[in-house]
Ligand binder design. Structure first.
Ligand SMILES: Cc1ncc(COP(=O)(O)O)c(C=O)c1O
Length: 454
């Protein structure tokens, strides 16, 4: 959708000052006085934001940036997308907060959401609202533990499920547990089939079976170590772990084993969901239906809302008040979610994401032919990764190199974020509606950055 009143600023990237510009610097200094030093995004994207349109962001100095970042995969349909903005405005005039009481918007959203779910959950599941992605994942593991009566949850290396409460244990980066001052609690890890850095000497095509064998051993052998397994939580495509697309036989293998042993399978679609992979749910690529699914981020297009969908049978085991929260099920978020799901269903946006995503992937692969510091290019839809290394032979992570590329791009008007086990993976996660020529302009700048940092 491009119209006179909506779409990206056509002149982006437009730099009218050096960046950060003087007004941004003043605002950032002021922010430093009042806000926590633990902020991370403003250490790279050093701008005070004035407004945002489509896939572009204008700073307080009048510079316009291309947004390859989407507020970490939240603004999926673009900043100020009219159907979403209008739905939020309309809801704002009706009711903003009403706890669990049904409204027309809530019912429309629940039905629209249900209609998109994987086959095993569609018309066979209940929805429980939460507020953040971490809370959805946290609630999912609590539910799995409750219905099985078993404590240990299996998670995967490279996982990111949030950093609050119990779920922090299922997030693989140990720094977060260190900051929170807790140890690993009732979580057992197995490797994700991350071909570029798989820790065992097995062929790429055997990785899923290998990981499956580890999971089967952990579930079925009482002396395996971690105790009785109450659930498996997995991202269909890893997000913060490095935009890692597993082989297509991975999720089916995990599904088969969990089903065999009656262990709930939790799919965390917080980042990969709502169109980012080129399908509404990334699990659609392999037709795997989980027992519990976690959704957040772009379903609210910037309004905090999250939820889990879970099998009807589990609902029979839940007492009232199993999970509580004042802000669960925000009406503005549901209005946004309804407009988003309808648009994904009725427009050609997902098809565009798949074809433009392939085009971008191809461009990055071309860069890789001339640049040995690009260890791997991978991705699906608009989850596209370029993993930087310092030494192609040893795969020594190119953390500093990725940071310098990110900095170059920022200074030339593109906001691109990193992820990965070593923060060495540049990731393309632009809004799904980004204009193809704008995306190409940003990728050209990535090409320049690669030459500069070479
Ligand atoms: C896959 C996944 N799950 C959970 C979360 C946590 O979401 P939140 O930051 O809203 O707590 C994230 C956040 O990046 C995520 O990528």
């Amino acid at each position: 959708m491009k119209s006179a009143e909506w779409g990206s600023y056509e002149d982006a990237p437009r730099l009218v000052t050096d960046v950060p510009g003087p007004e941004s610097l003043k605002m950032l200094a002021d922010q430093d006085r009042y806000e926590t030093a633990s902020r991370t995004y403003t250490s790279v994207f050093k701008i005070g934001v004035s407004r945002a349109r489509g896939s572009t962001i204008e700073d307080v100095d009048g510079n316009r940036f291309i947004d390859f970042f989407s507020g970490v995969s939240v603004i999926n349909l673009g900043h100020g997308f009219p159907p979403v903005r209008n739905a939020i405005r309309d809801q704002l005039d009706r009711v903003v907060h009403i706890n669990e009481m049904p409204t027309e918007t809530r019912m429309n959203f629940l039905k629209a959401f249900n209609s998109t779910l994987p086959a095993g959950l569609k018309d066979r599941s209940k929805t429980m609202f939460t507020v953040t992605g971490a809370e959805a994942c946290e609630t999912a593991i609590e539910l799995a533990r409750h219905v099985t009566g078993r404590k240990t949850i299996v998670a995967f290396s490279g996982s990111y499920h949030g950093v609050s409460g119990e779920i922090i244990s299922a997030t693989s980066n140990p720094h977060y547990r260190g900051y929170a001052g807790i140890g690993l609690r009732d979580i057992a890890y197995i490797p994700y089939p991350y071909a570029y850095r798989f820790p065992f000497h097995v062929k790429k095509e055997d990785m899923s079976a290998y990981v499956g064998d580890m999971l089967r051993h952990m579930i079925s052998d009482p002396y395996a170590g971690p105790g009785e397994i109450g659930g498996v939580i997995v991202e269909p495509i890893q997000g913060e772990g490095g935009y890692v697309v597993p082989p297509d036989d991975f999720l089916p293998a995990i599904r088969e084993i969990t089903q065999e042993h009656d262990v709930p399978l939790i799919l965390d679609e917080v980042q990969s969901g709502v169109g980012r992979s080129g399908k509404i749910w990334a699990s659609e690529y392999t037709k795997v239906s989980p027992d519990i699914m976690c959704v957040s981020k772009s379903i609210g297009e910037g309004i905090p809302i999250s939820m889990i969908a879970y099998r009807n049978e589990y609902d029979e085991k839940l007492p009232p008040g199993f999970h509580l929260g004042t802000y669960r099920g925000n009406p503005l978020g549901m209005a946004a979610g309804n407009a988003t799901l309808n648009y994904l269903r009725d427009s050609s946006v997902l098809q565009n994401v798949r074809s433009n995503g392939s085009h971008i992937l191809k461009r990055l692969e071309e860069f890789a032919q001339d640049n040995s510091y690009i260890g791997e290019v991978r991705g699906r839809g608009y989850m596209i990764a370029m993993e930087m290394v310092d030494d192609p032979a040893t795969k020594k992570p190119g953390t500093r190199r990725a940071a310098r590329i990110k900095e170059y791009m920022f200074r030339h008007g593109v906001l691109m974020h990193t992820c990965g086990h070593y923060s060495n993976v540049l990731r393309f996660m632009a809004p799904l509606t980004i204009e193809p020529d704008l995306a190409d302009r940003g990728i050209d700048i990535l090409g320049d950055a690669l030459k500069e940092v070479q």
